[in-house]
Design a protein around this ligand. Structure first.
Ligand code: NAD
Length: 290
């Protein structure tokens, strides 16, 4: 667990906006030096400027974390500017709505590559360095409550976040089993006020929106409008991050910021043990959208 951030070296993916930016500035305000990685290099540099204005070191690197070689770019930059990494936040994430029959294959690939593959790639490069440091270090994988429960929508996003949480749980267990000094946490929030509804803005060139009628259908616009509604009415980012930083000072693997899902999480285990069907919101009378 981290109690003193002064002089620590932190790397945050997707650090140019939203939750990633809040992590980056949160570390900097507490005295850490930060490297901001993002697919939008210019926006990452603006955050690095804000970090430097706080009197600590701030750097940026343009990188698309859905590609292994671009994650290597982040690693190389980290070695160049810090020579080490004490805190790694795998935060970059995207979403696509489509259902089982209509979602274009490229959207499934995009979401899985950013939400899951990037964690593999980043860990592949950073774990050996963090282990070799043989000092306390922290990995925070930003997932979602969508990685612990499911809803009758967005199968790509939900399944990708489940995979990311499973990956983090295995990592946690492996590191604990070998007595590693690296702590692992999963941040799994419900809706938070960010501009995540503009997720299409972060598509790499190879997954750009095409003339496929799917992207130009009324349904697609409707899904974007829903996405805008649920994020803009989510919990304010500052409120969420204050709680996150409090929990980072404890030995907490699951960083869960939205209590309204607690009943669902508890009862879900009972439904699974009863071997009948997946739990639904109505089973625990949770007045929330997923
Ligand atoms: N906002 C929410 O309601 C919410 C809820 C649960 C989980 N999350 C998760 O939190 C994380 C951050 O989401 P946010 O709300 O801040 O979203 P956001 O869209 O505001 O920010 C995402 C950032 O990631 C960057 N990014 C996207 N694809 C990238 C790529 N291939 N390579 C490098 N950078 C890339 C974007 O440029 C952007 O700066 C995501 O993993 C998301 O799934 C968000």
């Amino acid at each position: 667990m981290i109690t003193d951030y002064k002089g620590l070296k932190a790397v945050v993916t997707g650090g140019a906006n939203g939750i990633g930016k809040a992590f980056a500035l949160g570390f900097a305000k507490r005295g850490a030096d930060v490297l901001v990685a993002d697919i939008h290099g210019d926006e990452a540099e603006l955050v690095a400027e804000e970090i430097r204005a706080l009197g600590v070191q701030g750097y940026s690197v343009q990188a698309d974390v859905s590609l292994k070689e671009e994650c290597k770019k982040i690693y190389d930059k980290t070695v160049e500017v810090f020579g080490r990494c004490d805190i790694l936040v795998n935060n970059a994430g995207v979403s696509a709505s489509g259902d089982f029959t209509n979602i274009p294959e490229q959207d499934i690939r995009w979401v899985y590559e950013v939400n899951v593959f990037s964690h593999w790639f980043m860990l592949g490069y950073f774990l050996p360095m963090m282990e070799a440091q043989n000092e306390h270090a922290q990995i925070i994988n930003v997932c979602s409550i969508a990685g612990l429960i499911t809803s009758p929508a967005s199968p790509t996003y939900f399944s990708s976040k489940h995979a990311a949480i499973a990956l983090s749980e295995v990592l946690y267990k492996e590191l604990k089993a070998k007595g590693s000094k690296i702590d692992v946490s999963v941040f799994a929030p419900g809706f938070v006020q960010t501009e995540m509804y503009l997720t299409d803005r972060h598509r790499p060139e190879r997954y750009a929106i095409t003339d496929d009628p799917y992207y130009h259908d009324e349904d697609y616009q409707k899904q974007l409008a829903i996405s805008k509604y649920v994020t803009t009415t989510g919990t304010p980012l500052d409120e969420v991050m204050e709680y996150v930083f409090k929990l980072l000072g404890t030995e907490c693997f699951y960083i869960l910021t939205h209590d309204k899902y607690d009943a669902l999480l508890r009862e879900q285990g009972v439904f699974q043990a009863n071997k009948t069907r997946p739990i639904e919101l109505s089973d625990v009378a949770v007045k929330a959208t997923l």
